[in-house]
Structure formats: C-alpha cells, structure tokens
Design a binder for this molecule. Sequence first.
Ligand code: UD1
Ligand code: CA
Length: 457
Amino acid sequence: MKISTVILAAGQGTRMHSSTPKVLHRIAGKTLLEHVIQTAKQFSQLSPIVVYGHQGEMLQKTLNQTDVIWVHQPEQLGTGHAVSQALSHIPEDHQVLILYGDVPLISHVTLSKLLENTTKNALGILTAHAHNPQGLGRIIRGPKNKIIKIIEEKDATEKEKQISEINTGIYLVPASYLKKWLPKLDNHNAQKEYYLTDIIEMALHENISIIDTQPDHAEEILGVNTRHQLAQLERYYQRQQAKIFLQHGVTLMDPHRFDVRGDVVIGQDTTIDINVILEGDVKIGERCVIGPHCILRNVTVGNDVEIRAHSILDGAMIDNECIIGPFARIRPGTKLAHKSHVGNFVEIKNSSIGVESKINHLSYVGDSQIGKQVNIGAGTITCNYDGVNKHRTTIGDYVFVGSNSALVAPVTIHDGATIGAGSTITRDAPPNQLTLSRERQKTIENWQRPVKAEKER
Ligand code: UD1
Ligand code: CA
C-alpha cells in the first residue's frame, strides 16, 4: 500500500488564548504538530503534507528542520476544503491517511490497525465511543450496523445527539476517491462549511465499503482545544512513558512524579526518585540512583552512578561510578571520568575531571582540565574570565588544591603539586612542591583590644 499523509492544522485555536498557534504548543517538550509529523512519517516515504492557515511563518520557522510539504489554506472553509488543498501533491494511486495537527497522541499501533483493516478499495475510518461526545460528529449506522453517515453536532437532531459513537476525523481514503469526491462537496449545513465527513455518504452511494477501526486508548484521539486539554494529554503521555520504563526494569519511586521531555534510555535496576525531569537526549546506564528533584538535559550517564538530590546536569558525560550532588550544577562540555566525585554547591562548566578526582564542596571549575586523583578543596575557584576572554586552567595528576584557592587562568598546576589553602595562583605551579601565595601569618605581641570609654559603658 502506498501512503500519503495529510495533516490538517489550519484551525486558529482561539480557545488556547495564546499568541502562539495551537499546534506549536508542546507536549513533553515537543510541539503538537511534530508529534503528528513523526507518527505520519512512519507510514509514508513521502513528506507529510501540512495544511496551515494562520501564522504560517511562525510554523515554518519553528519546524524549519522538519521535512514537510506546506500547503496554505487561506480561509478555513471546512475540513473537506482543507484536504482538497493538498490533493495536487498526492499521487493518484496512493491511499491518503488524514490526521490532525491538534490530535497529537494518535499512536502508531492504532494507525497500523487502521491500515491493516482497510482493504485497498475501501474507505477506512477511525471511530470511538465517547463518554462526552459533545461537539463531535456522530456515527450513524443503518441496517446490518453499517456506517451510513456522519452527522455534525450542529446539524444533529436531539435523537442523533444521544449517539455516543463519534468520528475521530482520522481516515484512510484512496486518493482517486478524494479527487473525485471533494470537488463535489457543498456547504449546505449549519456551519456553511465544506465537510469532509460528507464523503461517507458518497462512498455509500457508490457501494464502496466503509471499514471502521477503533483506537487502542481513548486518549489517543483527543484533540487539544484548551490549555486544560493540553495539560490532560501531557499527563497521559507522561503516564505512558513511565509505564514503559517500569516494564523495562526501571524503578520509579512515583510514576506520577516523573517527566520525560525527549528521547530517553534508562538501564535496568536504575532507581529514580520523585520529581526528576529528563530532557532532550538522555542516556542513563544500569544500577544508577537518581535522587529527588534532579534535572538531566542532554546527558550520558554510565553505570552505577549516584546523582543526589537537587542536582542539575546539562550537556555532560558522566562515567561509571561517579557520585554527584546533592545540589551540584554540571554545565555543557563537562566530562567526569570513572569514580570522580562532585559535591554540593559545585558548578562545573566545559571541563574534564579525571579518574577518582574529587571536588566536593562549594567550587567553580570552568574551562579546565583536571587529571586523576586530584583533590580540589572547598571554595576553590578557577578564574577563567578576564572580562573579555575565557582562559583555560590545567591541573595534572595527584594535585592537591587547598581550600579557598583562586586559580587565575591561563595557569597550569603540574603533577603532584600542592597549593596552600587561601592562595591566589597567577603563575604555573611546579610539580611535587608546595606552592602558596598568601601573607605569612603573624601575631602582634602586646596588642590590646580597644575598650569603650567609662561613660559609654
Ligand atoms: C471534525 C469532524 C467531526 C469530528 C471532529 C473530530 C468534520 C466536518 N467534522 O469536526 O466529525 O468528530 O473533527 O475532532 O470534518 N481544519 C482545517 N481547515 C478547516 C477546518 C478545520 O485545517 O477549514 C482542521 C483544524 O485545524 C483541526 C481539524 O481540521 O485540526 C478539525 O477541525 P475542527 O474544527 O476542530 O473539527 P470539526 O470540523 O468541528
Ligand atoms: Ca469546525
């Protein structure tokens, strides 16, 4: 079966009360439209055709990396009119899968079922039973339970409104039928729109079989019209993600307090505490423990790593058996080698930290290279910025930097060097020696504390 996909996205989305087009609102960090585009791409060799109306520039700018065919529908004259705008891009011998930019979570499984059930010359339609069918088109069935018509809410009689089977709006239709039928649509209905749903009666008229399929989950076919619905679908999506991780051997302390906003892989026997957010491309190995309230964005974490509470990691590579946090901030370009430790209130940016090195308290390390088994004392700062340029700090193996040192880059601390606490280091420190730069401690003999005058006491 050769498939073309059309995604309708011309609606204005006024009920979002937003200056952003509705389909650019996000679920799990990804625009609604991208969710649908990604699903569509799994069914077709050809780029999805997106029918847009308002704010086309903003759509195209946001999705500029995405391979789609943009088709403008200047006036929203109805779903039938919208599909007809796309027809010139669709080969005659294709089946057309019609999707919606604001129905983001339609699944690959459900659409595969629609494709499987629908024979080549039939019209396939996805229907569902709704608890609250209000506002949706109702499926009218005739003798032998055959679908004979779809009636829109605004055109329905009181009796038809009682029907709970609704039209999801998702169809699989041979392109040749659409090319024949869509020009024949009229807008003689309550909304004065060209209804795509009228093709059902046309199919019936031509004795073309109409085959219905139902979605796996009710939430898949829900549209986003309001922020409330957006929030509901976000929660549904997150629950689904959590389920998948649980099935694959990840422990989530509370699946309801766990958010994934990207492409995430987590190894077996890793435990994730509450309120952890994983964003972008995240890979976490096996047997890791991620404490509560951590954010990991675009990071790769090895096995047996412990990331303690309230740590934020962004654009970093963490090797096996590292310990990070609590309250650590690891910024882009950071590499932590095997068994290194980064403790509380430590910020690291664009630096590599060697095997078994420790930066355990209250430090800033930026643009630095640190060797193995180095100990960076509390309060150490790499002064990497002179107000104009960034400079590098190089620290060899087995170095000991005493607490509260300022290393003014560019500077090198050679292997085995010890830096005395409280030093400001502006020149390279030689290997295996103690370097310090601070005033020698002195005691002033016979010194007396000032005392208050008698009357002030
Ligand atoms: C449509 C169906 C209805 C179905 C419902 C499911 C018709 C006539 N009715 O309702 O049976 O139950 O979807 O949600 O098809 N759009 C355009 N251009 C237009 C009009 C709509 O691109 O001119 C897009 C919208 O952006 C939206 C989708 O089509 O993504 C559906 O439009 P909407 O107005 O939400 O649905 P209805 O037409 O009311
Ligand atoms: Ca409408």
